[in-house]
Ligand binder design. Structure first.
Ligand code: SF4
Length: 337
């Protein structure tokens, strides 16, 4: 079956300066697939500058890849026209970090929800439009009577973010790109928003690409994870394996920096200690070399391939070079749904 979404060896290079043409590779040869018939939640994780937001922008068609292709239902999104393009815009929705950004302070919530209904002709009457709004708000755990008719400043950050999710849901999307959706919301409200996302996946069959730097929220919401570092996949696999048994030195560093509420787990127990970043010193080999306490000569010579370190886990690291190699194009075969 044709995948819903496919990244084929996607690379994005940004250049700046008219004369120097300095180039930064924001995403480097990334391949992934979201199957049409198996709705899933995939986390794309990494620090700032890892390429995760570039991946979201590419996926939404806001920017074009430098190399490679992004296919939606088998068609290159760069070549979508007419009805196919409208369908793509409708079926692939986004929720961004800032729950305030999409609100105009002079309009009520009703206005925000009515605009997509009118734009995509989702209802034939006011009654039907209201029913759709009620349905979408209820799906994210909001009572329509609590939020409709209200202005943005009369709502909490958590309510605003759930209204954003409801707005995306109105269009009955197939894929939702959630870029740091809870990072600007109070910790007490995060669980409700994450639960709304899980419901959309389980009950409405919507696949979600959850983009975050926060591995604790990823652990609670996702089925699988891809860890990016400076645009490259460092580790990927089932969320349970990668968070509980991280293999790549970079993932271990990320996980070790989380203050887990687990009395049996000592904070800082792993031996990985990040060195000062010396970005740019190694462009031919593993991008993590300058920070890695295990770096070997061969790490500086060529980028490591993905090694299969467990049935549902791969790591791009020469420490595992006795394990079988998984071609980057076949990464999705390792990720559970
Ligand atoms: Fe460290 Fe080498 Fe593995 Fe890169 S390939 S993470 S430098 S051991």
């Amino acid at each position: 079956m044709t995948p819903l979404l496919e990244f084929r060896n996607v690379t994005k290079v940004y250049t700046k300066g008219l004369l120097s043409r300095a180039a930064t590779t924001a995403l480097d040869d990334v391949s992934l697939k979201i199957e049409d018939d198996q709705p899933t939640i995939l986390t794309v994780a990494g620090e700032s500058g890892s390429g995760k937001t570039t991946l979201a922008m590419l996926l939404l068609g806001f920017i074009a890849p430098t190399r490679g292709q992004i296919l939606y239902k088998g068609k290159d999104i760069a070549h979508l026209r007419g009805e196919e393009k409208v369908n793509f815009r409708k079926e692939v929705q986004a929720v961004f970090q800032d729950p305030f950004a999409v609100f105009n302070p002079f309009y009520t919530v009703d206005h925000l929800l009515t605009v997509p209904i009118e734009k995509f002709k989702l209802a034939r009457s006011k009654r039907e439009a209201r029913d759709r709004m009620d349905e979408a708000l209820s799906a994210v755990g909001l009572r329509p009577e609590d939020v409709l008719g209200r202005f943005p400043h009369q709502l909490s950050g958590g309510q605003r973010q759930r209204i954003n999710v409801a707005r995306a849901l109105l269009l009955k999307p197939r894929l939702l790109v959630a870029d740091e959706p809870v990072s600007m919301v109070d910790a007490s409200l995060r669980a409700t928003i994450l639960e709304s996302l899980r419901n959309l996946n389980r009950e409405h069959g919507i696949s979600i690409i959850y983009i975050t730097h926060d591995l604790t929220t990823a652990y609670h919401v996702a089925n699988s994870i891809i860890v990016l570092y400076r645009g490259s996949v460092m580790e990927a696999g089932s969320i349970d394996r990668v968070i509980r048994e991280p293999q790549h030195p970079y993932t271990r560093l990320l996980i070790d920096s989380i203050p887990w509420p687990d009395i049996n787990r000592k904070w800082g127990q792993t031996e990985i200690v990040a060195r000062e970043q010396e970005h740019g010193s190694v462009e031919t080999g593993c991008k993590f070399t300058s920070r890695c306490p295990f770096a070997m000569d061969k790490c500086r010579q060529a980028p490591p391939p993905l090694y299969r370190v467990a049935p549902e886990q791969v790591a791009a690291c020469y420490l595992y070079d006795a394990q079988p190699v998984v071609e980057r194009e076949r990464l999705s075969e390792v990720l559970p749904v």
